[in-house]
Ligand binder design. Structure first.
Ligand SMILES: [Zn+2]
Length: 304
Protein backbone atom coordinates (compact mmCIF):
# COMPACT_ATOMS: atom_id res chain seq x y z
CA UNK A 1 0.00 0.00 0.00
CA UNK A 2 1.34 3.44 -0.86
CA UNK A 3 2.00 5.86 1.98
CA UNK A 4 -0.68 8.15 0.52
CA UNK A 5 -3.18 5.32 0.88
CA UNK A 6 -1.98 4.56 4.38
CA UNK A 7 -2.57 8.17 5.28
CA UNK A 8 -6.04 8.15 3.81
CA UNK A 9 -6.99 4.96 5.63
CA UNK A 10 -5.59 6.28 8.90
CA UNK A 11 -7.78 9.34 8.53
CA UNK A 12 -10.80 7.09 8.27
CA UNK A 13 -9.74 4.76 11.05
CA UNK A 14 -8.84 7.34 13.64
CA UNK A 15 -11.86 6.61 15.76
CA UNK A 16 -12.44 2.90 15.42
CA UNK A 17 -14.38 2.43 18.65
CA UNK A 18 -16.92 5.15 17.90
CA UNK A 19 -17.31 3.80 14.43
CA UNK A 20 -17.95 0.30 15.73
CA UNK A 21 -15.00 -1.10 13.88
CA UNK A 22 -13.73 -3.30 16.69
CA UNK A 23 -15.48 -6.32 15.20
CA UNK A 24 -14.58 -5.54 11.63
CA UNK A 25 -10.99 -4.71 12.43
CA UNK A 26 -10.47 -8.46 12.68
CA UNK A 27 -10.88 -8.70 8.96
CA UNK A 28 -8.41 -5.91 8.20
CA UNK A 29 -10.64 -3.28 6.61
CA UNK A 30 -7.78 -1.48 4.88
CA UNK A 31 -6.86 -4.68 3.06
CA UNK A 32 -10.41 -5.21 1.88
CA UNK A 33 -10.72 -1.62 0.69
CA UNK A 34 -7.35 -2.02 -1.01
CA UNK A 35 -8.70 -5.08 -2.79
CA UNK A 36 -11.75 -3.12 -3.98
CA UNK A 37 -9.45 -0.36 -5.26
CA UNK A 38 -7.30 -2.92 -7.12
CA UNK A 39 -10.40 -4.44 -8.70
CA UNK A 40 -11.54 -0.96 -9.73
CA UNK A 41 -8.21 -0.50 -11.49
CA UNK A 42 -8.48 -3.86 -13.24
CA UNK A 43 -12.12 -3.32 -14.19
CA UNK A 44 -11.43 -0.99 -17.09
CA UNK A 45 -13.08 1.97 -15.34
CA UNK A 46 -11.65 5.01 -17.08
CA UNK A 47 -11.62 7.51 -14.21
CA UNK A 48 -12.71 8.07 -10.60
CA UNK A 49 -16.50 8.14 -10.54
CA UNK A 50 -19.18 9.02 -8.02
CA UNK A 51 -22.79 8.03 -8.51
CA UNK A 52 -25.53 8.93 -6.02
CA UNK A 53 -28.86 7.16 -6.23
CA UNK A 54 -32.02 7.73 -4.22
CA UNK A 55 -34.41 5.07 -3.04
CA UNK A 56 -37.72 6.87 -2.64
CA UNK A 57 -39.67 4.36 -0.58
CA UNK A 58 -42.27 6.50 1.21
CA UNK A 59 -44.80 9.26 0.58
CA UNK A 60 -42.58 11.58 2.60
CA UNK A 61 -39.99 11.27 -0.17
CA UNK A 62 -42.54 12.70 -2.59
CA UNK A 63 -42.90 15.76 -0.34
CA UNK A 64 -39.20 16.52 -0.11
CA UNK A 65 -37.64 15.12 -3.28
CA UNK A 66 -38.10 18.13 -5.53
CA UNK A 67 -36.15 20.40 -3.16
CA UNK A 68 -33.51 17.75 -2.63
CA UNK A 69 -33.07 17.33 -6.38
CA UNK A 70 -32.79 21.07 -6.98
CA UNK A 71 -30.33 21.55 -4.16
CA UNK A 72 -28.08 18.83 -5.51
CA UNK A 73 -28.39 20.17 -9.05
CA UNK A 74 -27.14 23.53 -7.75
CA UNK A 75 -23.96 21.88 -6.49
CA UNK A 76 -23.39 19.78 -9.59
CA UNK A 77 -24.76 16.39 -8.51
CA UNK A 78 -27.48 14.58 -10.47
CA UNK A 79 -28.95 11.62 -8.61
CA UNK A 80 -30.50 8.49 -10.12
CA UNK A 81 -33.96 7.53 -8.82
CA UNK A 82 -35.27 4.15 -7.69
CA UNK A 83 -38.96 4.52 -6.86
CA UNK A 84 -41.43 1.64 -6.33
CA UNK A 85 -44.23 1.79 -8.92
CA UNK A 86 -46.99 2.49 -6.41
CA UNK A 87 -45.10 5.56 -5.23
CA UNK A 88 -44.34 6.67 -8.78
CA UNK A 89 -48.10 6.66 -9.27
CA UNK A 90 -48.67 8.59 -6.04
CA UNK A 91 -46.04 11.21 -6.90
CA UNK A 92 -46.35 11.15 -10.68
CA UNK A 93 -46.18 14.90 -11.20
CA UNK A 94 -43.12 15.41 -9.01
CA UNK A 95 -41.20 12.50 -10.47
CA UNK A 96 -42.05 13.48 -14.03
CA UNK A 97 -40.67 16.95 -13.38
CA UNK A 98 -37.45 15.47 -12.05
CA UNK A 99 -37.18 13.15 -15.06
CA UNK A 100 -37.72 16.17 -17.32
CA UNK A 101 -34.62 17.68 -15.76
CA UNK A 102 -32.63 14.72 -17.07
CA UNK A 103 -32.58 12.30 -14.14
CA UNK A 104 -32.45 8.57 -14.80
CA UNK A 105 -35.19 6.39 -13.28
CA UNK A 106 -34.53 2.73 -12.66
CA UNK A 107 -37.00 -0.02 -11.82
CA UNK A 108 -37.32 -0.58 -8.05
CA UNK A 109 -40.24 -3.01 -8.15
CA UNK A 110 -43.90 -2.08 -7.95
CA UNK A 111 -45.30 -2.71 -4.49
CA UNK A 112 -44.48 -0.43 -1.56
CA UNK A 113 -41.87 -2.02 0.68
CA UNK A 114 -41.40 0.50 3.48
CA UNK A 115 -43.82 2.06 5.93
CA UNK A 116 -43.09 5.24 7.86
CA UNK A 117 -44.54 5.63 11.35
CA UNK A 118 -46.92 8.52 12.14
CA UNK A 119 -44.13 10.49 13.85
CA UNK A 120 -41.97 9.88 10.72
CA UNK A 121 -39.12 8.45 12.76
CA UNK A 122 -39.40 4.69 12.21
CA UNK A 123 -39.12 3.02 8.81
CA UNK A 124 -40.64 -0.43 8.79
CA UNK A 125 -39.60 -2.66 5.90
CA UNK A 126 -41.77 -5.21 4.14
CA UNK A 127 -41.96 -7.12 0.87
CA UNK A 128 -38.56 -8.80 1.11
CA UNK A 129 -37.77 -10.71 -2.06
CA UNK A 130 -36.23 -13.61 -0.14
CA UNK A 131 -39.68 -14.20 1.39
CA UNK A 132 -41.54 -14.17 -1.94
CA UNK A 133 -42.05 -16.88 -4.54
CA UNK A 134 -40.20 -16.49 -7.85
CA UNK A 135 -43.57 -15.76 -9.49
CA UNK A 136 -44.27 -12.90 -7.07
CA UNK A 137 -40.78 -11.45 -7.56
CA UNK A 138 -41.22 -11.60 -11.31
CA UNK A 139 -44.58 -9.90 -11.03
CA UNK A 140 -43.11 -7.09 -8.91
CA UNK A 141 -40.31 -6.53 -11.43
CA UNK A 142 -42.60 -6.57 -14.47
CA UNK A 143 -45.12 -4.21 -12.85
CA UNK A 144 -42.27 -1.93 -11.74
CA UNK A 145 -41.02 -1.83 -15.33
CA UNK A 146 -44.49 -0.93 -16.58
CA UNK A 147 -44.87 1.82 -13.97
CA UNK A 148 -41.64 3.56 -15.04
CA UNK A 149 -42.69 3.35 -18.69
CA UNK A 150 -46.23 4.59 -17.99
CA UNK A 151 -45.37 7.40 -15.61
CA UNK A 152 -41.89 8.55 -16.57
CA UNK A 153 -42.35 7.74 -20.24
CA UNK A 154 -39.01 6.04 -20.80
CA UNK A 155 -38.04 2.38 -20.56
CA UNK A 156 -35.81 1.72 -17.55
CA UNK A 157 -32.47 0.09 -18.32
CA UNK A 158 -31.66 -1.14 -14.83
CA UNK A 159 -33.03 -2.38 -11.56
CA UNK A 160 -32.47 -2.24 -7.81
CA UNK A 161 -33.95 -4.99 -5.65
CA UNK A 162 -36.03 -3.73 -2.72
CA UNK A 163 -34.01 -4.40 0.48
CA UNK A 164 -31.40 -6.10 -1.68
CA UNK A 165 -29.31 -7.14 1.36
CA UNK A 166 -31.52 -10.18 1.94
CA UNK A 167 -31.45 -11.28 -1.70
CA UNK A 168 -27.79 -11.91 -2.41
CA UNK A 169 -27.25 -15.62 -3.02
CA UNK A 170 -25.90 -16.76 -6.36
CA UNK A 171 -29.26 -18.39 -7.10
CA UNK A 172 -31.09 -15.14 -6.24
CA UNK A 173 -28.86 -13.04 -8.46
CA UNK A 174 -28.90 -15.50 -11.36
CA UNK A 175 -32.73 -15.53 -11.23
CA UNK A 176 -32.88 -11.74 -11.01
CA UNK A 177 -30.55 -11.24 -13.97
CA UNK A 178 -32.56 -13.72 -16.05
CA UNK A 179 -35.73 -11.67 -15.53
CA UNK A 180 -33.90 -8.41 -16.23
CA UNK A 181 -32.33 -9.84 -19.39
CA UNK A 182 -35.80 -10.78 -20.59
CA UNK A 183 -36.81 -7.12 -20.13
CA UNK A 184 -33.85 -5.94 -22.21
CA UNK A 185 -32.08 -4.25 -19.29
CA UNK A 186 -28.36 -3.78 -19.23
CA UNK A 187 -27.54 -3.39 -15.56
CA UNK A 188 -28.59 -4.04 -11.99
CA UNK A 189 -27.38 -2.37 -8.81
CA UNK A 190 -28.71 -4.82 -6.29
CA UNK A 191 -25.68 -6.15 -4.48
CA UNK A 192 -24.03 -5.37 -1.17
CA UNK A 193 -20.47 -4.06 -0.85
CA UNK A 194 -19.15 -7.60 -0.32
CA UNK A 195 -19.93 -8.31 -3.99
CA UNK A 196 -17.69 -5.42 -4.98
CA UNK A 197 -14.88 -6.78 -2.84
CA UNK A 198 -15.32 -10.24 -4.37
CA UNK A 199 -16.01 -9.38 -7.99
CA UNK A 200 -15.21 -5.72 -8.50
CA UNK A 201 -17.27 -2.60 -9.20
CA UNK A 202 -18.97 -3.88 -12.37
CA UNK A 203 -19.26 -7.63 -12.64
CA UNK A 204 -20.95 -9.57 -15.41
CA UNK A 205 -20.92 -12.89 -13.64
CA UNK A 206 -24.71 -13.15 -13.43
CA UNK A 207 -25.45 -11.93 -16.95
CA UNK A 208 -25.93 -8.16 -16.95
CA UNK A 209 -23.50 -5.72 -15.44
CA UNK A 210 -24.00 -5.67 -11.67
CA UNK A 211 -22.91 -2.53 -9.82
CA UNK A 212 -22.57 -3.33 -6.09
CA UNK A 213 -23.04 -0.43 -3.72
CA UNK A 214 -19.75 0.78 -2.31
CA UNK A 215 -18.85 -0.01 1.28
CA UNK A 216 -17.47 2.36 3.90
CA UNK A 217 -13.70 2.65 3.39
CA UNK A 218 -13.13 1.93 7.10
CA UNK A 219 -15.68 -0.90 7.26
CA UNK A 220 -15.81 -2.24 3.73
CA UNK A 221 -18.78 -4.59 4.22
CA UNK A 222 -20.93 -1.83 5.65
CA UNK A 223 -23.34 0.02 3.38
CA UNK A 224 -23.05 3.79 3.57
CA UNK A 225 -26.74 4.67 3.60
CA UNK A 226 -28.82 7.33 5.29
CA UNK A 227 -30.92 4.84 7.28
CA UNK A 228 -28.00 3.11 9.07
CA UNK A 229 -26.42 6.38 10.10
CA UNK A 230 -29.51 8.45 10.94
CA UNK A 231 -32.57 6.25 11.49
CA UNK A 232 -31.70 2.64 12.35
CA UNK A 233 -33.15 1.86 15.79
CA UNK A 234 -30.40 1.36 18.39
CA UNK A 235 -27.75 2.46 15.91
CA UNK A 236 -24.16 2.91 17.04
CA UNK A 237 -23.35 4.98 14.00
CA UNK A 238 -24.03 8.67 13.69
CA UNK A 239 -23.87 11.57 11.26
CA UNK A 240 -20.22 12.27 11.99
CA UNK A 241 -19.33 8.69 11.13
CA UNK A 242 -21.11 9.13 7.79
CA UNK A 243 -19.25 12.36 7.07
CA UNK A 244 -15.91 10.78 8.02
CA UNK A 245 -16.50 7.99 5.54
CA UNK A 246 -17.50 10.33 2.71
CA UNK A 247 -14.36 12.36 3.44
CA UNK A 248 -12.25 9.22 2.98
CA UNK A 249 -14.12 8.40 -0.22
CA UNK A 250 -13.40 11.91 -1.48
CA UNK A 251 -9.69 11.46 -0.72
CA UNK A 252 -9.67 8.16 -2.58
CA UNK A 253 -11.37 9.80 -5.57
CA UNK A 254 -8.80 12.60 -5.47
CA UNK A 255 -6.00 10.09 -6.11
CA UNK A 256 -7.15 10.20 -9.72
CA UNK A 257 -7.02 6.41 -10.07
CA UNK A 258 -10.13 4.45 -11.08
CA UNK A 259 -12.42 4.14 -8.05
CA UNK A 260 -16.18 3.84 -8.11
CA UNK A 261 -18.29 5.32 -5.32
CA UNK A 262 -21.82 3.97 -5.85
CA UNK A 263 -23.87 5.06 -2.84
CA UNK A 264 -27.53 5.65 -2.13
CA UNK A 265 -29.72 7.48 0.34
CA UNK A 266 -33.42 8.16 0.87
CA UNK A 267 -34.44 11.81 0.26
CA UNK A 268 -36.73 11.77 3.32
CA UNK A 269 -33.74 10.83 5.47
CA UNK A 270 -31.36 13.59 4.29
CA UNK A 271 -33.48 16.58 3.18
CA UNK A 272 -32.93 18.36 6.52
CA UNK A 273 -29.23 17.52 6.84
CA UNK A 274 -27.06 20.35 5.47
CA UNK A 275 -23.81 18.45 5.98
CA UNK A 276 -25.03 15.71 3.65
CA UNK A 277 -25.29 18.21 0.82
CA UNK A 278 -21.87 19.62 1.64
CA UNK A 279 -20.38 16.11 1.60
CA UNK A 280 -21.95 15.32 -1.79
CA UNK A 281 -20.69 18.66 -3.08
CA UNK A 282 -17.11 17.72 -2.26
CA UNK A 283 -17.42 14.79 -4.69
CA UNK A 284 -19.41 16.65 -7.35
CA UNK A 285 -16.53 16.92 -9.83
CA UNK A 286 -16.55 13.11 -10.11
CA UNK A 287 -20.32 12.83 -10.46
CA UNK A 288 -21.72 10.50 -13.07
CA UNK A 289 -25.35 11.41 -13.70
CA UNK A 290 -26.68 8.00 -14.71
CA UNK A 291 -25.86 4.31 -14.70
CA UNK A 292 -26.02 4.47 -18.48
CA UNK A 293 -23.19 6.99 -18.40
CA UNK A 294 -21.34 4.85 -15.87
CA UNK A 295 -21.53 1.82 -18.16
CA UNK A 296 -19.78 3.85 -20.82
CA UNK A 297 -16.93 4.58 -18.42
CA UNK A 298 -16.02 0.92 -18.38
CA UNK A 299 -14.03 -0.56 -21.21
CA UNK A 300 -14.53 -4.14 -22.30
CA UNK A 301 -12.14 -5.44 -19.69
CA UNK A 302 -14.90 -5.95 -17.09
CA UNK A 303 -14.25 -8.77 -14.69
CA UNK A 304 -16.41 -11.79 -15.22
ZN1 LIG B 1 -36.50 0.62 -1.57
Amino acid sequence: MSSRLTEIFKAGLNNPVNFGLHALSKVAPAKLTQRYLSLCEQSGLKRPAFLLSFDCDTKKDIRVVRDVHNRLADIGVTPVYAVPGQLLEAGAEVYRDIADQGAEFINHGYFEHSHLSADEMIYESSYFYDELTPEKIREDILLGDKAVKDIIGTAPKGFRTPHFGTFQSKTDLAFLHDVLTELGYNFSTSTAPSAGIKWGPASKRFGLTEFPVTGCPSAPFRILDSWSFRYAPGRKLNENDYLEQTAVMKSLLDRGAPYLVNIYADPSQIYDWDDFFTAMGTMARYNVASYGELLELFSNRQRT
